[in-house]
Design a protein around this ligand. Structure first.
Ligand code: CP
Length: 341
């Protein structure tokens, strides 16, 4: 049984097929691919885009979505094996996933890190627990990667650079473009998921990728750096780490921004706070964007204006963050339709 846990598990032709189907859904939103089918959307963390787009996406294809928030409107779930469950959790993932699988055809899971111990969080135990016990396909709605965001981002870039015009070749239009994933300031330490995902998909699409971050402490986990290096080697792209803002922006075709916590400080964020506070100048602003090759800007959202990016950048015609957010709806419909077919 195929899950959608990471794009890295899917072949390039499979990903291209999802993006093509998403383009078709964008032109013709209604269908019956999920008629009589249902999806459980299990949210351990808040959401605006993911919840709305999955619920509406299922509806537009004739299906039904049930939202569950364990610990709020559903029982708290245990994920450890062999635990004596005399604490706060009321049922085990072994029952939860199997029971949901008797009701629904798909399960979506959002489970952010607990931000205490990265060696624990990097195991992605919640997502893996669902995938292990579920008798139906599981979709990653953001854990330590965000593959749905990757597809939405890829589609928005392909659209911007003309690949989704009739007659053009979708897989080639991004190859060789200069792609900058820039860390940005945020008052809190955030998940690395979107950053991990951005490196993964940008290198998969054959781009020359620069990871711009304040210091080596902000380099991403070796698993995702490894995926990106592997992808770049396969596609003829490249991966460079830079701590120099101006040279990273220089000539960039794409600037993608995200804030994340420095992994060496995972769980003791009070030590990282004075360090990250020195890097507020990583904000994406007009001066930096002027260094680019009339570059396009995007962000997964939510975004704190004038902290991560200025009003002028967000309101610029080169900002495609809203297009990318819209594309969440179309790509997730393609993922759901592919997994139930
Ligand atoms: N980008 C994204 O996943 O948005 P939400 O957190 O609002 O779902």
């Amino acid at each position: 049984m195929k899950h959608f846990l990471n794009t890295q598990d899917w072949t390039r032709p499979e990903l291209d097929a999802l993006l093509t189907q998403a383009s078709l859904f964008k032109r013709n939103p209604l269908g019956d691919e999920l008629r009589g089918k249902s999806i459980a959307l299990v949210f351990f963390n808040p959401s605006l885009r993911t919840r709305t787009s999955f619920e509406l996406g299922a509806f537009q294809l004739g299906g039904h979505a049930v939202v569950l928030q364990p610990g709020k409107d559903a029982w708290p779930i245990e994920f450890d094996l062999g635990t004596v469950m005399d604490g706060d959790t009321e049922e085990h993932i072994a029952e939860v996933a199997r029971v949901l699988g008797r009701y629904v055809d798909l399960i979506g899971v959002r489970a952010f890190p607990k931000f205490v111990d990265w060696s624990v969080d990097r195991e992605d135990a919640v997502l893996k627990g669902f995938a292990k016990y579920s008798p139906v396909p599981v979709i990653n709605m953001e854990t330590i990667t965000h593959p749905c965001q990757e597809l939405a981002h890829a589609l928005a870039l392909q659209e911007h650079f003309g690949a989704r015009d009739p007659g053009s070749a979708p897989s080639e239009v991004l190859r060789g473009r200069k792609y900058v994933l820039t860390w940005t300031y945020h008052p809190k330490a955030l998940n690395t998921a979107v950053a991990n995902s951005a490196l993964t998909i940008a290198t998969r699409l054959g781009m020359d990728v620069t990871l711009l971050c304040p210091s080596p402490d902000y380099v991403l986990d070796e698993r995702y750096m490894g995926w990106a290096k592997h992808n770049a080697a396969e596609t003829g792209g490249s991966l460079t780490v830079s701590h120099d803002v101006d040279s990273a922006y220089d000539g960039a075709d794409i600037v993608y921004a995200k804030s994340w916590g420095a992994l060496p400080y995972f769980g003791h964020w009070h030590d990282e706070k004075p360090i990250r506070d020195q890097f507020k100048h990583f904000i994406v602003d007009e001066r930096k964007m002027a260094l680019t090759n009339n570059g396009v800007f995007s962000h997964c959202l939510p975004l704190r204006r004038n902290v991560k990016a200025t009003d002028a950048v967000m309101d610029s015609p080169n900002c495609i963050a809203i297009d990318e957010a819209e594309n969440r709806l179309h790509v997730q419909k393609a993922v759901m339709a592919a997994l139930v077919s």
